[in-house]
Design a protein around this ligand. Structure first.
Ligand SMILES: [Zn+2]
Length: 196
């Protein structure tokens, strides 16, 4: 019996358990117009990828705790000193120094507005978001970058005040654990597993 591949880190090394490759049977591809002659085979292969967050891990850890971390350059020799980044940037793009982690949860709760948006009726493989997907670019006071995310309640408008919500129940540890709703939205209309 196969089990999902799981990974932990011990002594600075990955400890891998379970199955990371799943082979399922080939099936023949046959030509309906030529007496069902064999043309080829399907070749199903499922793989589990091991994706390391590295210096961004603190950001994804924060989401399932209801926190949004950004980063800031504190290098006194950098022209961009004091610049705050969200999405989280490990390094300053100007001086390439290591940025300081900053908690931007309150900034996000009190100053987030929709910079622009797009509504997508269709999506690609492995999409887990409900369609149509209301993608929003969110801007914040004092932050130099805008954050790509999605609106879970209502219809987006440019300039609309929004507040973050977090998937704290059964988190996926991915960026979809963070979403947004119009300011003033109550807990009872949030998607399952999300909290203000
Ligand atoms: Zn810098």
């Amino acid at each position: 019996m196969s089990m999902f591949g799981t990974v932990t880190v011990k002594g600075g090394k990955y400890r891998i358990r379970g199955d990371f490759h799943h082979i399922t049977p080939n099936t023949p591809i046959r030509n309906e117009d030529r007496e069902w002659q064999l043309v080829g085979v399907t070749n199903p292969r499922d793989m589990t990828y091991i994706h390391t967050y590295g210096g961004e891990a603190v950001f994804f850890e924060g989401l399932c705790q209801g926190k949004i971390h950004g980063s800031r350059c504190d290098n006194p020799g950098c022209e961009g000193k004091g610049t705050v980044y969200l999405p989280f940037r490990i390094h300053c793009p100007d001086c390439l120094g290591r940025n300081t982690v900053v908690d931007l949860t309150d900034v996000c709760r009190t100053t987030a507005t929709i910079h622009t948006f797009m509504v997508c009726e269709r999506s690609g493989a492995f999409n887990t978001l409900d369609k149509p997907i209301r993608f929003i670019n969110v801007e914040f006071d004092g932050v130099s970058t805008i954050l790509m995310s999605y609106l879970s309640v209502g219809e987006p408008k440019i300039g609309m005040r929004v507040i973050p919500i977090f998937r704290t129940l059964d988190p996926t540890y991915t960026i979809t654990d963070l979403s947004w709703v119009p300011d003033g939205t109550s807990q009872d209309v949030l998607p399952k597993g999300f909290h203000l």
